[in-house]
Structures are given as structure tokens and as C-alpha cells.
Design a protein around this ligand. Sequence first.
Ligand SMILES: [Zn+2]
Length: 284
Amino acid sequence: MPELPEVEVLVRHLAPLLMGRTIRAVRVRRAKVLAPTSVREFTRTLLGAKFSRLARRGKYLRFELRRSKQAEPLTLLGHLGMTGRMYLLPAQTRLPRHAAVVLGLGRENFVFEDTRYFGRLTLDVRALARLGPEPLEPAFTVEGFACALGRSGQPIKVKLLDQSLVAGVGNIYASEALFRAGIAPALRACKLRPVQVGRLWRAIREVLREAIACGSTVPLNYAGQGARDGLFYFGKAPGAPDFYEERLQVYDRAGRPCPQCGTLIKRRAQAGRSTYYCPRCQRK
Ligand SMILES: [Zn+2]
């Protein structure tokens, strides 16, 4: 499931391709992904609008469009859900079976494909108001982080998935950050000592930065066949090696040796999601 780094890499890829392009046709094949926006409102609002900006917020893609130079920009909010992909395809190329929304841009189509339809492409932007600070921006302070953790009795791994605590961290990078900080995933958030809070705050930023840097150097093929290149579920260029295989230290590595101490990595379920950790390096 794409998290902050995967969305950031996608935004950097798409932004120059979309800037200044006008939407000339709107085709909605799965109305569910627009919810609560209706197909009619979606089509009426976007037809003729021009992409003026694309940014990431948490795991969301925030598309800004203008209907004319004077008009207020309008926001289109995208979320990849579990299996969503967004890319441009030449207009004459046959659309994939799971194309949920297709925006005609002239010679190319912007395609939002989603095999499981948990993703979103909507004019409803209320989700943004519930997001906490961006982990790589100054708004994410160690003091604010400490304060929020101190008020929570949840296990720290579960709390890290709360998008109002910090935006964009999901199951993968929560496990990785806790491993790097040497903190047991079941420890209650309010029980972290100040030194642990500081280590975790730094670890979150490091794992996200490294993942973005890694994704930025790899020839990903966003319209490719859904092959998983490490964590980048966008598909990879034909013949490209699997760049990411050994990138993660604990995530999805149950039963394999910890890269630090050789103890076997364990998997446990927390709030219905898998957590991966080293029982020796993450004792407290
Ligand atoms: Zn270990």
C-alpha cells in the first residue's frame, strides 16, 4: 500500500506532465471512487479546467486546477488506497480493465486505475482538515510529537498510523521507524521516555527521506504491469532489476534474520494490521 514516499515520488513524476494541460473529456467508469462527489458535479467542474499545481499532503495527491485565469483554483483530491495507480497513456492506447476515471488531455489520457476501488479521486477535500503535520516539514516538532504521544494509551505502532498525529506514515514505515529507534511496537505511546520520543521522531524522518531518495533514482513505469518493485507498486521498466529487494530491515521479513543482531524477525497483528519487529533489538 503506497505511503508518503511512494506518493511523493509519484507527485514529482506527474507534476511536470500535467502542468498547463486542459481537461477536454471526463470519463467515470467507477463512480464509487468519486464519493461523495457525483459524476455530474465531477464532470461539470473539471471539463475545461487546466492543471496549475500538484502537491502531496500526507498520502494524498492534491491537484489544483483553474477554469480561467481569474477564477479561484479548485482542488481535486487523489488517494491511491491499496492498489491505485495514476499515469498518462497515449490517447489511442486501449484503457486498462480497471481504469476508474479517465481525464482526456488531448493526445494523452490521465488514467486513475484501481483494481480494488479503495482509492479516491474527488472534489471533497474535507479529509485534509483531519491531517496532522507533515513529517518532513518544520511543523512536525519533537515537542508536539511528545505531547501527542503523552496523551495516548494506544500501542505506539498503532498510534503512528493515526494520520492526525503525523500525516503519511503507514504500516510499512511505522514498522521500519520503530526498528530504527529500537522501540517495542506494543509499548504504549504515553510510556515512551523522552529519549525514545526523540529517537523515534528522527527515525520517522530518516526512513521517509531515504525511501523518497531511493524511489527518485529508479526507472519506475507508472503505466506498467503492476509488478512490485520493492515497495513501489507502480510497475517497473521492462528488464530493470529489482532495486528495492533488500531496502527494508524488518517489514515483510518475518522468519528472516535481523540485519543488526541476527535474531529472527517476528510478525504480530496489531489492530488488524501486521507489525514486523526484532524481539531483541526492540525489547523496550
Ligand atoms: Zn535485532
